[in-house]
Ligand binder design. Structure first.
Ligand code: NOJ
Length: 486
């Protein structure tokens, strides 16, 4: 290349310097979930879910002994909520349907019309205001009726979830064009053991997580195929699953640590993504659970296999990948854990830790590690053939005290949005949307009201559940109106 030509090239690349801006078709949004915001736990014929049961009978498991009976009272204040979403200037609003609000018994035997009316009003109002509804079918509020059967550890839930999904497509699919079947299966299966309030001391750990994972995968696939066969042609929407994706970074470049990090990723989320985006469970998961089961004297693996028919049915059941991202951890190779009690954690192996210098917020598990998100996005691109990605949740928490100057949240969003832009512009990752968790402070599961994730503050001691914009609302408005990071 001649020197002149080279200089022209350098000049051209400077003059067309890449704009640090989100693409025109990129969608911003905010997210919530039914049990965390709605309240109205038994209003107008709603049935009971496992979280209602936990909140009523086992609130000892909740940090502040609270429940979501009223929460943000969105069941009554939905119109105000839509105005708040609109004020943010976002394109999408992700919320979840409470299964027992539309099917109180959990079965598709009887539809509760007032529940349907509630979601119809909400959806119509959003659309009227130019906001696209993104609907999660299952955000953890399993009908209580399935709990004594073992919740998600029992395959009986699968066809009932499929029937519920079909009902939701029938009722709302003329207007809802983006569906998420199930939110964060790892939390459902590993943290809440598939059935929440009824967990007992002798719950079969190291076994139940895998039973649950298999049923969740099958339920997701059933719902996907129902949409695909019965609704896609007329409704023209898209459907997928949302996973919580922790990034595992090798503690050092040592190949053993690199291997440990990859193993942790496969146990954290590969157990779900591999069957959906590739085929079958990840080999490392199959092999490790089989080996450890054998050492523990199990006659077969604690990981129930997928049959060929099941594998084929699960494979390819995505139109995009929904990811909720909050955590980065370092992984380090460790000695094989003892073969005493079966345990998922021991199966996953490795030693995991955070850097003590990472900046953190009120939730001690959330630290400011934006490069973790970028590495995760790149990893997804490479491992699953660059699928469309929607970041369906990202955010940080204030503690329970009341303040509106949430500069830490602004810093957090600024950094993670920048990491997202780096992934899009510099790494060519196909990220199409970003949703903040959360629209407003809400019921943070077993942390009750002690952690506040909202862009809007909610006063939980005021019967009116007054909402007030925090400083981050201004940040978000500027972001959505300019598509650049303020
Ligand atoms: C993910 C869950 O989907 C959501 O319900 C929860 O509130 C956030 N993480 C924050 O913990």
């Amino acid at each position: 290349m001649s020197e002149k030509f080279f200089l022209i090239l350098v000049f051209l690349s400077f003059s067309t310097a890449i704009e640090w801006k989100f693409p025109a078709d990129f969608k911003f949004g905010v997210a919530t979930a039914a049990y965390q915001i709605e309240g109205g736990w038994n209003a107008d014929g709603k049935g009971t879910s496992i979280w209602d049961t936990l909140g009523h009978n086992r609130s000892i498991l909740v940090k502040d002994r609270s429940n979501g009976d009223i929460a943000c009272d969105s069941y009554h204040k939905w119109e105000e909520d839509v105005q708040m979403v609109k004020n943010l200037g976002v394109d999408t609003y992700r919320f979840s349907v409470a299964w027992t609000r539309i099917l109180p018994e959990g079965y598709a035997t009887r539809v509760n019309q007032p529940g349907v009316d509630y979601y119809n009003k909400l959806i119509n109002k959003l659309i009227e205001n130019g906001i696209e509804p993104v609907v999660t079918l299952y955000h953890w509020d399993l009908p209580q009726v399935f709990s004594p059967l073992g919740g998600w550890t029992n395959p009986v839930v699968v066809p009932h979830f499929a029937n519920y999904a079909r009902k939701a497509f029938e009722l709302f699919g003329d207007r809802v064009k983006t569906w998420i079947t199930i939110n964060e299966p790892r939390l459902i299966c590993n943290e809440y053991k598939g059935l929440v309030g009824d967990i007992t001391e002798d719950f079969p750990l190291g076994v139940s997580e895998y039973l649950c994972a298999k049923n969740v995968l099958k339920a997701h696939a059933e719902a996907y195929h129902i949409y695909d066969k019965e609704f896609r042609k007329t409704q023209k929407g898209k459907i997928s699953i949302t996973l919580d994706m922790t990034w595992s970074e090798p503690a050092t470049n040592n190949p053993e640590d690199v291997k440990a990090a990859e193993q942790n990723r496969q146990f954290d989320f590969g157990i779900y993504t591999n069957p959906i985006f590739n085929y079958d469970y990840p080999k490392i998961v199959i092999d490790r659970v089989a080996n450890r089961s054998q050492m523990e004297n199990f006659p077969q693996s604690r990981l129930p296999q997928l049959t060929t028919a099941e594998k084929l049915k699960i494979r390819g059941t995505y139109d995009f990948l929904g990811i909720n991202h909050y955590i980065t951890l370092y992984s380090k190779a460790a000695n094989e854990p003892p073969f005493s009690k079966p345990s998922f954690k021991a199966d996953a192996g490795g030693e995991r830790f955070r850097d003590e210098n990472w900046k953190g917020g009120a939730a001690n598990w959330i630290k400011l590690v934006p490069w973790g998100l970028r590495n995760l996005l790149k990893w997804i691109k490479v491992n699953y053939r660059n699928p469309e990605i929607i970041i369906t949740e990202n955010g940080t928490a204030d503690d329970g005290s009341d303040f509106l100057e949430d500069d830490e949240r602004i810093e957090y969003y600024r950094e993670y949005l920048n990491a997202t832009l780096q992934a899009i512009i510099q790494d060519g990752v196909n990220v199409k949307g970003y949703m903040a968790w959360s629209l407003m402070d809400n019921y943070e599961w077993t942390n009750g009201y002690t952690l506040r994730f909202g862009l809007y503050h909610v006063n939980f001691t005021d019967s009116n559940r007054t909402r007030t914009p925090k400083k981050s609302v201004k940040f978000f408005k500027s972001l959505t109106s300019t598509k650049t990071i303020p």
